[in-house]
Design a protein around this ligand. Structure first.
Ligand code: HEM
Length: 427
């Protein structure tokens, strides 16, 4: 998929609800992260979707992949591709709901909600207020950054003299998960099980494997919650189960809903981001040099990596009938906001396809926007910043190991293996 796509190239025929005009029917499933490519900018195939002449609402062919299967997109869904429109969907809680989003637990008959992701206003605010103190920038600086730096330095020093690492498998997959497990107080020996369960839930595409993994993770989390109820400790899971919302203890559904969703959101999002960040730097050594020589641009560079690597596209459901861009939207219609298109919209970002590590006012959608803006965003940013700071102090210019496959899924699936090499004599 290296050729620029056009609207005509993605038109599709399929049965759709009555309110979908024929000329809006498309197959954009390649843009949902399930089709790999080997471009330096793996999100380039979405390039054409934010152009001013593209209809503002397209309708995507039904897919069983990813969140669509859970969020009611089995019938297909509206795809929102322009920055201005995506911004509206994320911030207009009167017309768009998060109910049911990413509720994989439904697949095994569980009825508790994913908190706070699948909660709409006004209830959402109380959960967000309850959790915010654990994820605020001040809290991360005070309580987490020393541990983030320690783990990061330890891991980099282990590999510096070796001159090579599988950055995706042995580093990106491990570093953020070690931090996250420490934050939650999860036992270290669950590391491999957690990653296996999560992989099966998010990426196996097999209902049977998803159900197997869901049963295992929920059984483990419920047991862990019960154990923390009996034996409190200073970590986050214990704080949640002993916490209070509006002056009352949490219900059992609230406890599992929060701990489950943190487990799901916190495990491999940063890993996928790191893997893609290093892939780009390995393919563009001049970018490494620029960051290495100007460490003061690390914060804006991280933001630019995030803008150019939107690993998730978010779904919403219409709460009522209304008209938008000439379309009669029906209550229950499903919407997918294509962040890989919105994050490169020329109406919002100057020269959007150029990676500019010093870009100003970089308000992208990688953590979405509005009330559901990623709760872990400050933690994720801090992990990425610390990693770049410590890495460039210790590792010289690196490249992809000759012969290695750099094919990447432009999304959460990312890249499984990314062997990098450098000259250990210069480390
Ligand atoms: C680079 C890493 C990450 C990315 C790209 C990311 C992306 C996102 C996105 C797109 C959403 C919104 C989904 C929606 O509204 O449909 C979200 C929400 C959320 N994320 Fe993250 N995430 C990352 C890391 C984390 C981490 C490390 C944690 C926890 C430790 C976390 C916890 C959450 C939570 C709890 C929500 C729900 C917020 C709410 O509904 O109010 N995320 N994240």
């Amino acid at each position: 998929m290296t050729q620029a796509l056009t609207l005509d190239a993605v038109r599709a025929e399929f049965d759709a609800p009555e309110n979908v005009p024929e000329d809006r029917k498309v197959d954009l499933n390649f843009a949902m992260g399930s089709v790999p490519n080997d471009l330096v900018d793996p999100y380039e195939p979405c390039e054409f979707l934010n152009h001013p002449d593209i209809p503002r609402l397209l309708y995507n062919k039904p897919s069983m992949m990813g969140l669509g299967a859970i969020s009611g997109a089995r019938q297909g869904n509206w795809v929102v591709t322009h920055y201005e429109d995506i911004d509206r969907v994320y911030t207009d809680n009167e017309h768009f709901s998060n109910a049911g989003t990413a509720e994989f637990q439904r697949l095994i008959g569980e009825t508790f909600k994913s908190i706070p992701l699948a909660i709409d206003p006004p209830d959402h605010a109380k959960y967000r207020m309850f959790l915010w103190p654990y994820f605020s920038p001040a809290r991360i600086t005070r309580d987490l950054e020393p541990e983030i730096r320690k783990v990061c330095v330890e891991m980099i020093e282990e590999i510096a003299d070796k001159g090579e690492v599988d950055m995706a498998w042995d580093f990106a997959r491990v570093f953020p998960v070690r931090i996250f497990m420490g934050l939650m107080g999860f036992p270290k020996e669950m590391f491999d099980d957690f990653l296996e369960w999560e992989w099966n839930i998010l990426h196996s595409g097999s209902l049977e494997k998803m159900q197997w993994a869901l049963s295992n993770v929920l059984k483990f989390l419920r047991g862990f919650i019960a154990e923390k109820e009996a034996n409190p400790d200073p970590f986050l899971t214990s704080s949640i189960v002993h916490g209070e919302i509006e002056g009352r203890p949490l219900t059992e559904d609230e406890k599992i809903g929060i701990v489950w969703f943190l487990w799901l959101g916190g495990l491999d999002t940063v890993a996928a981001t790191i893997a893609q960040m290093y892939r780009r730097m390995a393919l563009q050594p001049e970018l490494q040099q620029r960051i290495r020589e100007n460490p003061e641009i690390i914060n804006s560079a991280v933001e630019e990596f995030l803008r150019t690597q939107p690993i998730l596209s978010s779904a919403r459901t219409a709460t009522k009938d209304f008209e938008w861009h000439g379309i009669q939207v029906k209550k229950g219609d499903s919407f997918s906001c294509l962040n890989p298109s919105g994050n490169f919209d020329p109406a919002r970002f100057e020269d959007p396809r150029t990676f500019n590590p010093e870009r100003k006012g970089n308000r992208h959608f990688t953590f979405v926007g509005g009330i559901h803006t990623c709760l872990g965003a400050h933690l994720a940013r801090r992990e990425l910043r610390v990693l770049l700071e410590e890495w460039f102090k210790r590792i010289p210019e690196f490249r992809v190991k000759p012969g290695a496959d750099t094919t990447v899924f432009p999304g959460l699936l990312s890249i499984r293996n990314l062997p990098l090499v450098w000259d250990p004599a210069k480390a």
